[in-house]
Ligand binder design. Sequence first.
Ligand SMILES: [Fe+2]
Ligand SMILES: [Fe+2]
Length: 181
Amino acid sequence: MTADRMDVTAVLKDQHRQIRRAFARAARPGRGRTPAFHHLVQLLATHEAAEEAHIHPTTRRIGRPAAAAARVGEEKQAKELLARLYRIGPDGPGYRRGLRALRRAVLAHAAREEREEFPVLEKLGRTRRRMLGLEVRLAKELAPTRPHPRVNGELANRLALLVLGPADRCRDLVRRWRTGA
Ligand SMILES: [Fe+2]
Ligand SMILES: [Fe+2]
């Protein structure tokens, strides 16, 4: 990965593009819809959780508290839409309508982040921007799902990721993201 692609706004924009593509795949009918929906859930949960942990606190501290608070509120609403859609499931009635509503909310939210928060992040020093980019990437790669029944601790939870099935993982991500656990 080149230096520029490690920059926090480049990392976040790349994740926004991945989310947009994942919405398109999750809307397609057929057997691929369920895995596509689970992939979308995983992307959304980890992306928004990383922003809540690293991005909004930063923009709040460096001078855009109202924008940061508004984005957190939008993420909360998106969590509710996502949780509702998860309960419906990709084969359930109202899935397509629910997916469209979630897509509208998430993409409008991402556009506001890019417009209102990214210019603030771009004023940070290069090292700080790259550190934040790394934190967001790591949060996505290593997002813990649930405590393994026999182990404790953050590292153990990360390792437990490797043995959890994808469906379990998605369910856990929705619950954790929703409850802020
Ligand atoms: Fe967000
Ligand atoms: Fe975002």
